[in-house]
Design a protein around this ligand. Sequence first.
Ligand code: GSH
Length: 290
Amino acid sequence: MTYDLVIGDRAYSSWSLRGWLLFDAFGLPVKLHKVRLYTDELATMLKDFHPARTAPTMRTPDGAVVPETIAIAEELATRHPAAGLWPAAPVARATARVLAAEMHAGFVALRSHCPMNLRASYTDCAPTPAVLADVARLEVLWAWARDVTGAKADWLCGEYSAADAFFAPVATRIATYNLSVGPAAMAYVQAHLAHPSFRRWRAMGMVDGADQEFYARDYPRRPWPGPLPMTARAVEGTHSVNDACPYSGKPVTHVLELDGRRYGFCNAFCRDKTVADPEAWPAFIAIYRS
Ligand SMILES: N[C@@H](CCC(=O)N[C@@H](CS)C(=O)NCC(=O)O)C(=O)O
């Protein structure tokens, strides 16, 4: 028995990203159930998760249904104290809880004007005064957290915590919509874009379904401002340097080419998520470097 987690489209579902990071970034295994937003897939799936209405929704191994991302964070932290979802030091822990709670409840203008879209980055989004006020509040909160916890490196309260997971989608909004922030906040955004779990999520989000029309904007585009992926491409055939898929161990059916060598996988999704960002996948990089 393991945890179940219902998620929406990875490129767009900001709450699903938060929920998944609460597992992946803390080494907790989870079985995913992905649905396409703006279809009846979510409502159909959630019939098995009464009374949930939104993604993410977790079911614990002993059967408790937990929607609401803040509740997922608290329940995982209580059940897995060694995973470090909250900082151990009391002041840092209290601070992280404040950050996650305010993120969970607020930032409505930013969330509605700048919906998460991991497939695009724009030079400008004509932010309203309310959006700019939300961004300013983020910078106040982030600076305050570093001040009271003494955190000097990537994350707000010391090691990566649930508070950082809660801000990951906000970091992507700053990246997608080119919202102006100071150097400390921009360094924090960059830390999120480079985080291994986030890179894996985005790589999957690039390939796990068609673009959602709802998120299309006419703003001028720019390249994604995160780490530049190695250039791989999907190719025909099954010939590859490896016989077994690096993720499942099953026979190779789909192949990518990188630096003139061919690497195989057992399905199109695993091949395509690797094409999207080869370095995000340790099991692939192990065979690439062997
Ligand atoms: N307060 C919820 C918000 C979750 C949420 O709004 N999820 C969106 C996807 S990002 C959703 O399920 N939307 C579908 C709907 O509202 O019908 C949480 O913390 O998890």
